[in-house]
Each structure stands twice: as structure tokens, then as C-alpha cells.
Write a protein that binds this ligand. Sequence first.
Ligand code: CA
Ligand code: CA
Ligand code: CA
Length: 183
Amino acid sequence: MLKPISATAAAATAAALVLVAPGPASAATSTFADKAGDIGPGVDLRSVKVVNGKQNLRVVTTHRNLVPGFRSQAGGRVFLDTDPDDKGPEYVLVGGYFDGTDYALIEVDGWSDRDGDRVECSYASLLDYEAETVRSRFAQDCFDDDGTDVRVEVRVSGAKKSGGTAVDWLGKPRTFSAPIPRG
Ligand SMILES: [Ca+2]
Ligand SMILES: [Ca+2]
Ligand SMILES: [Ca+2]
């Protein structure tokens, strides 16, 4: 479990960091909100936070009622646009959002590409049921267009109680966020 640090400790650490590291501004961070309750609990997407850092790109999605049980059948796709001149995403992180599931970073050519290859590079995705988050980190050298802005789109899905699959996109389906400049 991730333990929150106290506000005073955080403030002291921040002050110390400012004293020892007055370097350039670090990673660009953007957070995008999604409507609550546009699909049932289990996977409902609430927000997507993107930190486009020098070494790593981090994406944290927050959900409503993220649960370990397989009955949720929850999972998601984090689409990454690293080349705005080429329509659609260049990469997608595909993963399951319950215990025992795996994930993979795939290089794709647009929204409907189902034949992409796995990218061999350093990345990881972590489910946190307590915080209801999925935290993913990608080394920047995972991406061919190293050093560029990135745009994201997220699609999550899960089992409906009544049967069938519920789908929740970040905002309008197949539309990217504003670009997040690399820090
Ligand atoms: Ca939602
Ligand atoms: Ca693109
Ligand atoms: Ca939505």
C-alpha cells in the first residue's frame, strides 16, 4: 500500500529540494478529467494524469471501484500519439485491470491496427486497488519520436451486471488530449 506522507514532511522535502536543486523546470504535467458515472462502477474512468519527463513518460489513470476480482473483466488501452502528422496513435498500452492480468506496449499504425508488435523497452504498469489507480511508466527511448510532445487517449471497459461490456473513453472517443510537452 502507498502511504501518504504528511503535509509538513512534504513541504520540508520540497523546500530542501529547492535549496539543493535550483535547476530547470522538470517534467510537464497535465491532468484530464473524465465524467463520473458515465458507466457503472468497476472501471469508470475519472482522470488521466500525464507526466512527460526527460527520462520517463508516466500515465496515471484513476477509476471508481477498481477491484481485484476477475468478474469485473476490467481492462484498458492507453493510446499515445507521438507523431501528430500521422493520424491516430503510434503506441498503445493494453492491460487488464484485475488480479492476474498482464499488460503490453504495442506499436500501432492508427486506431484500428490490431497487428502491432510488442515494443521491447523498459516500461511497467502497476494496479493499486486502494488508491483506485493504474500507474504506468515508459522509458522515453521506448518511442521512435523521442523528445516530442505526447497526446493521450484512454479507453477502459468492463463487464456490465446485466451482461455485455461497458466502455468508457476519456472525453470523446478517439480524440486526443491537448499535447503535453516533454519536460
Ligand atoms: Ca468516466
Ligand atoms: Ca499520430
Ligand atoms: Ca468518459
